[in-house]
Design a protein around this ligand. Structure first.
Ligand SMILES: Nc1ncnc2c1ncn2[C@@H]1O[C@H](COP(=O)(O)OP(=O)(O)OP(=O)(O)O)[C@@H](O)[C@H]1O
Ligand SMILES: [Mg+2]
Length: 320
């Protein structure tokens, strides 16, 4: 038989949890109650409504969510193109709310790389693939890469890594959409960014090409160790990463973690996926709609603290 914890034990646990290190102290990306309100013609849209997100160094993760849920708003903030209305956002030690415009420019050139959905937005049309990749290094200044020759060599290495070295002397209109996106990833990686952000990078491509582009992100993550956040509506792409975070109404709602497990009986390797919900510091939890609807939960639920879990049951008070 299990016994419920005593009040003293619960109080001890609560104290221990308050003494934990600050939220996100060891994360590369920390979003803490991030808010972004757009006001157009006197109408306010709350695109982000207190979003919490932690991404650790070296992660390759996907962000999913319905249209209008705030994914691009978040990406634009992380890319340093937009500033939040309230909350906190830190990337690689930089405070995104407190950057001067000079620091912001350096941040965009050196700390983050981005790949957008529109292939045409990623590359300059009048430069070749190799010139496109060398350009960010040139803009970052002599401090980072010595000469033209070193830049050219690195550009070629990146194009080789992404398997588009054969396109080095071609301009964007001479490449397929998939090739352009691979070159775009090389451009984004040119200055060895801590974080690579991609907003629907496979949105304009067919599913086969999308899979190859996804492979290119995986290569960048594995070979260069770059932390990568990809927004996608493609379930197949989302299913390829270890961690998928869902955004709902401007907040992170649930996340799915996948890990490989070896079946003890057959020895086969299989991927086990488990769904998690975010618990914010006020203790608020958003239950997935499929779960609450399946059990007819509304307005109020019954809670019970068990030694190793919390039971959430439909409200049965009316039935007494
Ligand atoms: N510059 C802006 N001015 C006003 N409202 C905006 C602006 N940018 C976004 N919004 C609004 O903020 C909300 C979130 O938009 P966002 O583009 O982040 O969604 P999304 O999740 O990227 O959607 P999609 O999957 O369609 O790309 C939407 O209601 C949108 O209309
Ligand atoms: Mg979007």
């Amino acid at each position: 038989m299990t016994t419920n914890p005593t009040l003293a034990e619960l109080a001890d646990r609560a104290t221990a949890s308050r003494e934990r290190p600050a939220y996100g102290h060891d994360a590369l990306i920390t979003c803490d109650r991030l808010v972004r309100i757009f006001s157009t013609d006197g109408v306010e849209v709350q695109a982000l409504q207190g979003l919490d997100l932690l991404v650790r160094e070296g992660e390759l993760m996907a962000l999913v969510g319905a249209s209008g849920s705030g994914k691009s708003t978040l990406m634009n903030i992380l890319a340093g193109l937009d500033t939040p209305t309230a909350g906190a956002a830190r990337v690689a030690g930089r405070d995104l709310l407190a950057m001067t415009s000079k620091n912001r420019l350096a941040y965009r050139r050196e700390v983050v790389g981005f790949v957008w959905q529109q292939t045409s937005r990623n590359l300059l049309p009048y430069l070749t693939a190799a010139q496109n990749v060398a350009l960010p290094m040139q803009l970052a200044g002599a401090a980072r890469r010595s000469g033209r020759r070193a830049r050219g060599e690195r550009a070629l290495e990146l194009l080789e890594l992404l398997e588009v070295a054969d396109c080095r002397d071609r301009r964007p209109h001479q490449m397929s959409g998939g090739q352009q996106q691979r070159v775009a990833i090389a451009v984004a990686l040119a200055n060895e960014p801590a974080v690579l952000l991609a907003d629907e990078p496979t949105g304009e491509l067919d599913s086969h090409t999308a899979e190859q582009i996804f492979g290119a992100f995986r290569t960048a993550n594995e070979r260069l160790g770059t932390t990568i956040v990809i927004v996608t509506h493609d379930q197949a792409v989302a299913g390829e990463v270890r961690r998928t975070v869902a955004i709902r109404d401007g907040r992170t709602s649930t996340e799915v973690l996948r890990r490989s497990e070896v079946d003890a009986a057959t020895g086969d390797e299989r991927v086990v996926a488990r769904e998690y919900a975010m618990l914010d510091r006020a203790g608020r939890l958003q239950l997935p709609a499929e779960y609450t609807e399946a059990l007819g939960m509304r307005d109020r639920v019954a809670l019970e603290l068990e030694p190793d879990h919390i039971a959430v049951r439909p409200d049965d008070s009316e039935r007494d």
